[in-house]
Design a protein. Structure first.
Ligand SMILES: NC(=O)c1ccc[n+]([C@@H]2O[C@H](COP(=O)([O-])OP(=O)(O)OC[C@H]3O[C@@H](n4cnc5c(N)ncnc54)[C@H](O)[C@@H]3O)[C@@H](O)[C@H]2O)c1
Length: 440
């Protein structure tokens, strides 16, 4: 199958590469010439486990190519996947300008039947908008060419994106056109040899399903964060509570980890966008408003604990930060809670020495050169002479450190664990003071 992937970011690049991996002929388009240049030269602009190898293999087999040429991209694929960014607009609604631009590009150039597939996370009704945009571009050039629009939201997780795409829990297809459904079923057939995972539904339900999934996951996180704060006040240990409720199959263990709040490129903007959609229909989502408010407050939680212990004036102090990416196994820094922590420490006059296994280049790009912020070559280097160690991202390599060595190197024996990574008694037995989330 000839496939065009419009947008070669986290979703477009992973999806396009995995479609090529099962034998399709894939052309990935991006308007970011720098990104395409890196890809054409054999590089990979993002960190995603397993992705570089798939790209290398499929470029060599000539099943995967990259371009900035919109004409070539529109001419190539019968399936045109739109996987561009849909960031939050000022009012919280999803900014649709990239999706509309992609649709205009297709409508202005297509010469034969196309199925346009919205893979970006887009508000309910976007398929209609894309259809109207293409129809009016075709009308403007007096072209009468058949096309169909489908919704195929993506559920991959950064950090495990290749695996998620190759072995999906479900593939949601929203469509009302039989040709589109047949084409999408066949392009996804290689990813579900074990059992059927395709759920075909109407377009609006497919669009809403994606937001509902992220809203539910964000809700679980904020729920646990709020309970963790209560556990702190009550002298209970949220880790016991987590296990006590997670063992109930109606609840389950996933996404019940308290911490410094959710971040990343999806949950914050999707929780906002869903509320904006609901507001447009005079149906405010009270639970989502609370989820968002709890999350905002949670990002300051670790710092509150730190200033309670050390005072508000942190001038002359230095802090080691472990983890900058918004979660492990990615270099994505979008809405990362580490950004809030780093900036707040610097604002209070402290110095920060940060370490992350893969996100330091991205951190330099996103944070810029902030006075007082330095990067360390290893986790233990970051700790040297610091007034406290602050863990912000739960990378595997942080899980079992030498606490005695950390104690020796710290100026004050303080450990703030924003991800409840460590067993408090173990840390305390090494002579460190331990502060977790809900583990008083
Ligand atoms: N990142 C995730 O984990 C994830 C998971 C599921 C769904 N999504 C959704 O997928 C969409 C894309 O997310 P992402 O993280 O891949 O974003 P991204 O910012 O990494 O990539 C988007 C790419 O689209 C390009 N682009 C913008 N306009 C274009 C145009 N007109 N033509 C061609 N390219 C264009 C940008 O230059 C950029 O490289 C968003 O709607 C997001 O919510 C993301």
């Amino acid at each position: 199958m000839k496939i065009t992937m419009i947008g070669s970011g986290y979703v477009g690049l992973v999806t396009g590469s995995c479609f090529a991996e099962v034998g399709n002929d894939v052309l990935c388009l991006d308007i970011d010439a720098r990104k395409i240049d890196v890809l054409q030269k054999g590089g990979v602009p993002i960190h995603e486990p397993g992705l570089a190898e798939i790209i290398r293999r499929n470029v060599a087999a000539r099943r995967l190519r990259f371009t900035t040429d919109i004409d070539a991209a529109v001419a190539h694929g019968t399936l045109q996947f739109i996987a561009v960014g849909t960031p939050a607009d000022e009012d919280g609604s999803a900014d649709m300008k990239h999706v509309i631009a992609a649709a205009r590009n297709i409508g202005g150039r297509m010469a034969d039947f196309k199925v346009i597939v919205d893979k970006s996370t887009v508000p309910v009704g976007t398929a209609d908008l894309v259809r109207e945009t293409i129809a009016s571009s075709l009308a403007a050039r007096r072209a009468d060419i058949p096309f169909a629009v489908a919704s195929n939201p993506e559920f991959l997780k950064e950090g495990a994106a290749v695996d998620d795409f190759m072995r999906p829990d479900r593939v949601v297809i929203g469509a009302d056109d039989e040709r589109a459904i047949a084409l999408l079923r066949s392009v996804y057939a290689p990813f579900q040899r074990n059992h059927e995972r395709v759920l075909v539904m109407d377009l609006r339900s497919a669009e809403l399903t994606k937001y509902a999934a992220n809203a539910m996951l964000a809700t679980r996180i904020s729920f646990m964060n709020e309970l963790a704060n209560l556990a702190d006040a009550l002298g209970a240990d949220i880790e016991h509570v987590r296990q006590g409720i997670g063992s109930d199959p109606r609840i389950g263990y996933h996404f019940l980890y308290p911490g410094v709040g959710y971040g990343g490129s999806c949950f914050p903007k999707d929780v906002k966008a869903l509320q904006a959609t609901a507001r447009d229909h005079q149906l405010p989502l009270r639970i989502m408003a609370a989820v968002e408010a709890v999350n905002e407050a949670q990002k300051a939680r670790l710092l509150d604990k730190l200033t309670q212990r050390l005072g508000d004036d942190l001038r002359g102090m230095s802090f080691a930060i472990w983890g900058l990416a918004f979660k492990p196994n990615t270099d994505d820094m979008r809405e990362a809670p580490s950004q809030v922590t780093v900036r707040a420490l610097l604002d209070r006059g402290a110095k920060v020495v940060a370490y992350d296994p893969v996100a330091m280049d991205e951190a330099r790009r996103v944070l810029g050169t902030l006075p007082g912020l330095a990067y360390a070559a290893s986790p233990i280097d970051a700790v040297d002479g610091a007034d406290a160690l602050i863990v912000v991202t739960e990378w595997k390599e942080f899980r079992s450190p030498d606490f005695a060595d950390i104690k020796r190197r710290l100026r004050r024996p303080l450990l703030f664990d924003g991800r409840n990574l460590f067993e408090p008694s173990l840390v305390r037995s090494a002579g460190l003071e331990y502060f977790g989330i809900g583990r008083s």
